[in-house]
Design a binder for this molecule. Structure first.
Ligand SMILES: [Zn+2]
Length: 269
């Protein structure tokens, strides 16, 4: 595939980078990424990946845009209130870049449909707001051997890590299982600073672009945390999978996906 004159101009700031170049840009145009969640994290991820020219992007979310979303979900506008989030995000992404094909899935992702959905994509971005979805995405990605970016935000704090099959611990290696009900407050209860979604979502977009272009070091085996109050980033080295993980270990006890009861404790967004 040769880049057109318009593409050479559009992506010139990527092409100038020796780590990306025309070769990396072509990889981006040929890549397929699925974003689960079109909210606080999914919006900046979707906008940056569309701008970067990721050729095929799936966006999955069952919700519609609500007035209280607009403080942080920057792809949606006041005029979008009541519209499906996937439609609103798709329109924003397509307005940025006509090179990008966006597939919108307006449905709840559960144990019955997630494996089939992620199978078509090279990289998965978890932009969801609750632990049930996070464990479901992790387990499905481990089963389908799909790399994915995990992230979570609450109040002035955010975190992210990347899972690459066979290269490091999965989300369940680190967090084991669902937290007890009500153990962790929701964004609705505890709040979240809007720009936190931008900071952490942009870092997820960075991981995605680096994965596709084979550039630099990914957050595999490391959890990056960000504290907006003290403006500090911290990297926590994660222990490698000891072979005992219930999903990615040597003798997994989870052999089929299950839907957890939605806990009251959303991680936020
Ligand atoms: Zn694991």
């Amino acid at each position: 595939m040769a880049l057109s004159d318009e593409q050479i101009e559009r992506y010139s700031r990527h092409i100038l980078l020796k780590e990306v170049g025309a070769k990396g840009q072509k990889k981006l145009l040929e890549a397929k990424v699925l974003i689960i969640g079109a909210g606080g994290l999914g919006c900046p991820v979707g906008l940056y990946l569309a701008a970067a020219g990721v050729g095929t992007i799936g966006v999955a979310d069952a919700d519609t845009v609500d007035l209280s979303n607009l403080q942080r979900q920057i792809a949606h506008t006041t005029a979008d209130i009541g519209k499906p989030k996937v439609q609103s995000l798709k329109e924003s992404m397509e307005a940025i870049n006509p090179d990008v094909t966006v597939h919108a899935y307006q449905k709840f992702i559960d144990s019955s449909n997630i494996r089939e959905l992620i199978r078509d994509y090279d990289f998965i971005v978890d932009g969801t707001d609750n632990f049930a979805a996070k464990f479901l995405i992790n387990d499905a990605c481990v089963m389908e051997k799909k790399p994915f970016s995990h992230a979570g935000i609450l109040r002035f704090q955010g975190q992210l890590m990347t899972y690459i099959p066979g290269q490091g611990p999965c989300y369940r290696c680190v967090f084991k299982d669902m937290p007890p009900k009500d153990a962790i407050p929701t964004c609705r209860q505890a709040g979240v600073i809007g720009a936190m979604a931008g900071v952490i979502g942009s870092l997820q977009a960075m991981e995605t672009v680096k994965f596709i272009t084979g550039t630099g070091k990914l957050l595999v085996g490391e959890l990056l945390t960000y504290d907006g109050i003290s403006q500090s980033f911290r990297k926590v080295k994660l222990p490698p999978c000891n072979g005992k993980c219930a999903i990615c270990g040597e003798h997994p006890t989870i052999t089929e996906l299950r839907d957890y009861e939605q806990p009251a404790c959303e991680l936020r967004l």
